[in-house]
Design a protein around this ligand. Structure first.
Ligand SMILES: Cc1cc2nc3c(=O)[nH]c(=O)nc-3n(C[C@H](O)[C@H](O)[C@H](O)COP(=O)(O)O)c2cc1C
Length: 316
């Protein structure tokens, strides 16, 4: 009964969007568990409540300070793995890079770069290196986001400056954070324009081969890939519910004991979501733990330290 109500919620959530921004429809929708279905709510608030309800798979109870198109875009995010045969508009790449470069960057060091790949043969090779992910091949644009310590190293060599700090783990962490912040800005920009993405962590399965394919210099790490394209409307992706805020939001101090009950509730929500997607209703906990079950379940990334050393990172 609970799952049936949720399945209806997930089915009704998406994919009648025009282009930007995408958001779950609200008007006229009612579900048995919907706070957003109250008829006297202003339309924008009702839409917001609906988006929050779909994001968590439960009614939303906190007050909303206000709402806007940016929040609409963020709340409606979903990874897309099926792309339309539709070229990206001219200037898409440059626009998403401008959005990416607008992200904060540690000390303005800008220790990231990105390689844009449209060549079908290269995409096919990268798809295989990433564990045979067909969407890498099918997306019109594939981006590989890089933690790039080589640029500043080269600047140091040109000016004769010491770059000892380059060799510390901290510096690589900075580069990885910078790359991730830039990439997520690109995701939001693309989704605001009606396009879709999926991150590809599989690019770290075989980092040395990816580095060779992309001609990377030493001390440049492929952090993750990203497929970019218009979503295939015949195979729509749905908004995937997230952990309850009670699990991730800690007030003043970290609260471990109260997490288990909320995670049990989320397992039920995810089972309902998985059922609505035609997947086995495993829930969140068991699916997630399977990713950590063994060394083999890391798909080659268990040797990341060795790969990093081979790519020129000393990790002092
Ligand atoms: C760093 C990172 C790496 C990911 N790697 C992959 C991947 O290799 N293949 C894939 O299909 N999805 C990948 N994903 C997508 C996640 O599976 C997805 O974001 C998650 O299941 C939540 O779904 P949603 O993005 O639709 O909300 C990755 C996401 C992130 C953030």
């Amino acid at each position: 009964m609970y799952h049936t109500a949720l399945a209806h919620l997930f089915r009704s959530s998406v994919n009648e969007q025009e282009h930007a921004p995408i958001h779950p429809p609200f008007a006229g929708e009612e579900t048995s568990m919907s706070t957003a279905a109250a008829p006297d709510l202003p339309a924008d608030i009702a839409k917001a409540m609906r988006a929050l309800e779909v994001r968590y798979g439960t009614p939303w109870s906190a007050p909303l300070p206000s709402w806007n198109d940016t929040l609409d875009t963020l709340l409606a995010h979903r990874s897309v793995r099926s792309y339309a045969h539709r070229p990206l508009p001219e200037g898409t790449l440059e626009t998403l890079i401008a959005a990416a470069q607008s992200a904060s960057t540690s000390s303005n060091l800008q220790t990231w770069s990105v390689v844009a790949i449209e060549n079908p043969e290269r995409k096919a090779r990268l798809a295989e290196l990433a564990g045979g992910q067909s969407h890498v091949r099918e997306a019109p644009l594939f981006l590989v986001w890089l933690a790039d310590l080589a640029r500043l190293e080269a600047a140091g060599a040109r000016s004769g400056a010491s770059v000892e700090g380059l060799h510390y783990l901290e510096t690589l962490v900075v580069g990885i954070i910078d790359a991730a912040l830039a990439a997520q800005n690109a995701v939001v920009a693309l989704e605001s324009l009606g396009m879709s993405t999926v991150y590809i962590g599989g690019i770290r399965n075989r980092p040395e081969q990816v580095a060779a394919e992309l001609g990377l210099p030493p001390r440049v790490l492929p952090v993750f890939g990203m497929c970019v394209g218009y979503p295939d409307e015949t195979r729509p992706a749905e908004v995937k519910p997230r952990l309850p805020q009670a699990v991730v939001l800690h007030r003043e101090q970290y609260d471990a004991p109260s997490q288990a009950a909320a995670i049990t509730q989320y397992d039920e929500i995810m089972s309902g979501f998985q059922t609505s997607q035609g997947l086995s209703a495993a829930g969140w906990t068991s699916r997630s733990l399977a990713r950590w079950r063994s060394r083999e379940s890391l798909h080659g990334r268990d040797r990341l330290r060795e790969a990093l050393n081979a790519l020129g990172f000393e990790l002092r």
